[in-house]
Design a protein. Sequence first.
Length: 471
Amino acid sequence: MNSFIRLGSCVFFIFTLPFSLLGEKTEGNYFPYGLSSGDPTAGSVIIWSRIESSLPSVEVDYEVALDPEFKKIVKKGSLKTSPATDYTLKTDVQGLEPATTYYYRWSWNGHTSPTGRTRTLPLQAKNFRIALASCQHYGAGFYNAYRFIAQDNPDFILHVGDWIYEFPVYGTFCARPDPVGTAVDLDSYRAKHRLYRTDPDLQEALKNIPLVALWDDHEVQNDYAGKALSFYNPDRMKAAYTAYFEYLPVREQKEWKLYRSLKVGNLFELFLTDGRQYRDEDIWHPATHPSLEALLQATALGRSMLGAEQRKWLIDSLKSSNAFWKFIASGDMMMEIKREGKALNLDQWDGFDWERKEILRSIRENKVKNVIVLSGDSHIFSFGKVLLEGEPLALEIGTAGISSPAGKIEGKEELLKQNPHVLFTDTDHRGYVLLDIGPEGMDIFFYGMTTVLSREAQRVLLKKIHIPRSL
Ligand SMILES: [Fe+2]
């Protein structure tokens, strides 16, 4: 029956809510959430899908081949799945060759999935292309950016968090209904992951390009801080992280450990950080004007976003890396952003000043060169210098959301004047950043979408920046 539905401040007129929006199977399609691959190394890659079933247990076959016709099959096997893992399918395919394109598919009882494509990392490379993405609130916008990412055909997509949002409506930004509501337990987090994977542009990009992902806060809840008493809810954390590992092609480690590194010869090493699970108490609220007490806490000795173990890993890894570029993937912006000397957003690295200085001091003392932070969370595009006592020790590339909106920044021009280390920003567009790493340096393309409120979007090159190898 035709009806109006109201979700938060969004009103949608619907004829009948399509089953696909509810994450249900359409006739004959046993793999309605698509395929994806991720965490490639030179000899392995994770492949993923989910089968629609109501059986207590299903055994699903997979094949990996050198050609899309599957004449040259190099690996095959089968996986059992069941309601225990929400019928997700995920396996780490090992024994592959470096720098090689592979095709893969799943099949059960005569039903075969579409064909996915993936690629292992090279042992050495002169050229490499990464698409940087983050923040994809489903209700707030369509994932047009993924359509253009698919055209760019990067070696992998780096997603730095807010893959899902636990809440359904983002203020007045109403592109499409999110019938799941607020995720609080395993069933609702799984439903949220299924819903997000129904976007056709997301599916098409993930079918053909490997994903390298880390989480930020909304994979659990807004401003999440795993070590903080105010967020202490082991059942919710377990539910959110279980669903995340079920639905993302991320290599699993012990006890929800997500931080890890990925290396391409001596061209670059990418350090993926987890800024949420081990984070100290949130001091950020009230959001618009941090209190004096919060600003003092932000610089407190020992206050940590990463936790001691991860901080040591990051510092030691940066020190010992022999790669030319050292990327730090961070859910949150590392550059200082201050108005009249006061930090503006204490949920970002500005709320963890001591730990930021520890990392930057080590970079300075150990003469670690060519460090580039790749960050999200801010929902705006940015490029600038990460400073320690006025000395630039890293550059930072921040991407806007794929679909999540940016809040209004009051007095933007004046704010930029007060933060001259921020060299570029765009607050008006959603989109992604493309990094073309080559022998002469790196070209960075900031791509905005003309809209996310419909699928009829164009891509706009907002800025191109070249970082020479002689940095
Ligand atoms: Fe976000």
